[in-house]
Structures are given as C-alpha cells and as structure tokens.
Write a protein that binds this ligand. Structure first.
Ligand SMILES: [Zn+2]
Length: 378
C-alpha cells in the first residue's frame, strides 16, 4: 500500500512523512478514525514507507522487495492481529494466524474493508469475534524475536476494541517495548479500549475524507459522472465504506425497502402482534439483509428530507418508494428526522458490532415509536 493509493488525508500523510524523516515515531500509536476514513490503509502505507528500501517523493517506491511483500501483506516484520472467531477445537484461544490467509485476501482486494465484511468472510454467523488472551501471548513471543529485515518490527492490530481484558497481557510490552518495535492500533473508539492501553499510546486522529476526494472515488470506483459524483459525495459523510454501502443499495424496490416501510408503519401504530411477525421475518435474514433494511431506511429518510424542502431525491426512486416518501413525510419535521436518522445509524453500528438482531430491532421500533408519537410517551 502506498500513500498515493489512499483517498484524501493529505495533511495526515504529510505529518507521517515528517515523523518518519525526523525518526520521531511514537512506539505506540492509536490510529483513531471512523470506519471508511482510511485509518487502516494509512497505517499499512506508513508501515510500507518505513520498510521500503528506496522511498521516492515522500512515498514508498512500490518496486523493492519490501514493497512487494507489503503489497501481499507478507512482510516478515509486519505482524497482523485482528478479531477472529474460534475455529472448532480452538475454544477461547482463537489466533489471528488461523485466518491470516482470509485477512490478506480481504485487505488486498479492498483495504477499506468493513468489520461487517470481515465477519461475513469468516462466516461468523452469530458467533462473537475477539482478540484472545492466547493471541496476545502469541504476539509477545513473535515480537521478542529479532527483526528479519534489521528494520522496524511492527505490530498492526485492527480493532483493539475487541481485546477486552486480554489487553492486560500486552501492557508490559507496551510500557517497555523490545527495541525497534512499533505498535499500530487501528481503532474507531478509544472508550472501548482499556484505559491503561490508551494512556500508553499516542492518539493519531484520522478525520473524515474530504468530499472532493469521495467524489473522485465515486468516479473511479463506481463510474459515476463528475456532476453526479459531486452531488452524492456528501451523503457518504467522509467514509469510503459508507459510500460503497450507499452504492450497493438497490435502485429498485427490494426486500429491504418493503421491510423498512413496514417497520415505520409498525413504529407509528405500536401494534404488537404484527410487530412480532415482522421481527420473526427479520430474524431469519442474514446480517447483510438486516443491515440493508437500515441502509435503505437512511436513504428513504434523506428522500423525506428533500421532499420537505420541495426537492426530489437525487437518486432515482421508483413509484412505491415515492409514495412512501410523500406519505411518511407528512408525519415528520426536522427534529424528528434528525432523531430517526440517529436511531437508525446507532442500530446500524450495533448490528455491525454483532448485536442480537431481534432484540436490536425490537428496541429500535420502541424508540422510533417514541420519536414518532411523543404525545403517547409524556
Ligand atoms: Zn520500496
């Protein structure tokens, strides 16, 4: 991965270059950014830059032996750790190495891989992913060895939020790292990481990607024309993952639309029996199908907002979607839209973090009911 392959983040790339040139690299860094901002690819590019034997113009060369190994995520001094589910026989001591081939495959195909994509690739189903205590001991063993290339040894840990108490095992090493060792922790939230880890690391904030760069990605990756790309870019809110999800939402009416429209009707009416039937149906869907309900919902909600401003959706909508937007908008105002948007976003986040789907949707409908019918909850 090279800096030039990463969308936006210009000033951050510059800071990283200066950090490397000044040889003042903190031994532990938390690369903190929302999903899809590029915190993971940036850390990969920085690691490549540090190992590259002949960097040019402030970037790795992309041609040397080290760059070649990094491109395949196979550099011997780059240790990868990430949440995994236990394979049968491993019990609570699942190791990242059991899924290393899958991880390399996912990231080389798309460095902006989401956690939900990763769970699906491991076929996690309803199993919980974690970074286990056994994994931490394994990493300590590996990092205590001499660097193969005589350069930095780098531990890149994706989602240290999944360490839980197992992270205590790493504290001593974070405090007194073996010589030439760097810890790159790629995270979205610091409040889900042990405070003792956070306090030993320097936090590097990765901001949302600039809108112009999202527009460039829409042109290059999704083949939109420039005008359309500029109009759509703000909807991605600075995240390439969100951008891809928006592009994946069906243009036609799919099951996601039907189930979302039904959910809003149920949230308004508060009727229990049809809600139970709806929850049964949603529980049967896989995680991706459940996510789609919420993504479609966010898209339709934007349609409502535009409708209320007298504008029609930027994306083409079909008749049944338009009928829903026109009808539903009559029950909304701006504060309600904001609240529903927030509730859908939160549900999406929890779903991606493997929440129990039936419980999650049940709670969501209750909260939506409070938002839509505040007069019944006073
Ligand atoms: Zn190189």
């Amino acid at each position: 991965m090279q800096f030039t392959q990463i969308y936006g983040q210009t000033s951050l790339k510059e800071s990283l270059r200066k950090m490397a040139e000044g040889k003042q690299i903190p031994h532990a860094m938390i690369w903190l950014g929302e999903d899809g901002t590029g915190n993971l690819p940036l850390a990969l590019a920085f690691a490549t830059f540090l190992h590259c034997s002949s960097p040019v113009h402030g970037d790795s060369c992309g041609r040397c032996d080290a760059c070649g190994k990094h491109a395949r995520l196979m550099h011997p001094d780059m240790h990868l750790s990430f949440p995994v589910i236990g394979k049968s026989g491993e019990g609570g001591g699942a190791l990242s190495t059991s899924y290393l081939a899958e991880f390399r495959q996912a990231l080389t195909a798309n460095p902006y891989t989401s956690f939900a994509d990763w769970l699906q690739l491991m076929e996690a189903g309803n199993k919980q992913a974690s970074i286990s205590r056994a994994e931490c001991y394994d990493l300590m063993g590996r990092l205590s060895l001499t660097a193969y290339s005589g350069s930095w040894k780098i531990l890149l840990m994706w989602m240290p939020e999944f360490l839980g108490q197992a992270g205590n095992v790493l504290l001593k090493m974070l405090e007194e790292p073996p010589p030439g060792t760097l810890f790159f922790l790629i995270a979205t939230r610091t409040d889900h990481i042990l405070p003792t880890i956070v306090s030993r690391a320097q936090v590097l904030r990765v901001p949302p990607i600039e809108s112009e760069e999202i527009a460039r990605a829409l042109v290059e990756l999704h083949h939109l024309d420039e005008g359309e790309a500029r109009a759509q870019a703000p909807l991605a809110e600075g995240s390439l993952i969100k951008m891809r999800q928006l592009m994946e939402v069906d243009d036609g009416v799919g099951l996601g639309d039907t189930l979302f429209m039904e959910m809003m009707r149920l949230s308004y009416s508060g009727k229990v029996a049809p809600l139970m039937a709806w929850l049964d149906q949603v529980s049967e869907l896989g995680r991706e199908g459940q996510k789609k309900i919420l993504l479609v919902g966010l898209d339709l909600l934007r349609g409502c907002l535009l409708e209320m401003h007298g504008a029609r959706a930027l994306r083409p909508v079909v008749a049944s979607q338009q009928a829903f937007i026109s009808g539903f908008s009559r029950f909304l105002n701006i504060p309600k839209i904001n609240r529903i948007h927030k509730q859908l976003q939160e549900a999406l986040l929890h779903l991606e973090r493997n929440a129990h789907a039936r419980l999650l949707f049940h709670n969501l409908v209750n909260r939506l009911h409070e938002t839509l019918r505040p007069e019944l909850h006073q």
